[in-house]
Write a protein that binds this ligand. Sequence first.
Ligand code: IPM
Ligand code: MG
Length: 356
Amino acid sequence: MNIAVLPGDGIGSEIVAEAVKVLKALDLKLEMEWADVGGVAYAASGHPLPEATLRLAQQADAVLFGAVGDWKYDNLERALRPEQAILGLRRALGLFANLRPAVCYEQLTHASSLRPELVAGLDVLLVRELTGDVYFGQPRGRRSAPDGAFAGAQEGFDTMRYTVPEVERIAHMAFQAARGRKKHLTSVDKANVLETSQLWRDTVTQVHKQYPDVTLEHMYVDNAAMQLVREPKKLDVIVTGNLFGDILSDEAAMLTGSIGMLPSASLNEKKQGLYEPSHGSAPDIAGQGIANPLATILSAAMMLRFSLDKAGAAARIENAVKKVLAQGLRTPDIYSEGTQKVSTSEMGDAVVRALD
Ligand code: IPM
Ligand code: MG
């Protein structure tokens, strides 16, 4: 089993080091190979996703990814910015299905910005389409506005688009996930305004015919944003497009207390996957040993489960994480009075010790 390890920028190298520590402690005979990605790759070789990194990722069974992005690179032309590395990997590997579970651990109900009773026991799975939508739609760019009240002024434009097969495959993924859970799927769109969304809604409704045991509910994205903070426990599996999924997953993350707790899996049709925390590179806290490595450690668990057929090992990691939380260990983002503040690497060590 080959794993490409791509730590990336900011806190990426610190959090990935902890996940690797945990994987090594499991003694699974994993081959790991490291490569640069994002801003550090640009600095070293002039491109955020060097050819060699892409090849390594393509040949691996799974990719363990940290994070990319740094203000230092915000003024580069778009094609050279660190974010292009993750977008390019998603695109090149065909990672169309992004699973972002938002689970509120019992010990962290008080770390949420919502009242504890609203989030206690929360367990929502966001299924985000990851290779289409306005993120990748062409044409896009800048031009002189061709018409309208501001004709002739400089304008920026992007294209939101989805084809039926793209919606079908993510819908199947979401219905199957719903089947293994509470059999309730919420499809989020903006069909009252957008053609793309109307096609999305029609297609999800068609696919639903193959899953009569699952209840399907359609919800506009503005309402979904509201329901997530009003009564999040009424939601179970949410399926949505790339842009809405990006926004709603950050919102869902916050319900759980810290975005530092949320893992993610991005899968293609061959079960090859890229595993990364749902949070970003946080360059403001990089190098201080205060980042929370649990999202990355939990992403490694998802990797074992979804790409490497090691569900038992995945469960060992997940149980170890619950144990360290029960022991009261907290990185600063989830710290509260009466708990014990630990560093990034102390948290990783504690997870290793807590493995059964
Ligand atoms: C995410 C991130 C990325 C996205 C960025 C870094 C391009 O916000 O994974 O949610 O927008 O998809
Ligand atoms: Mg995001």
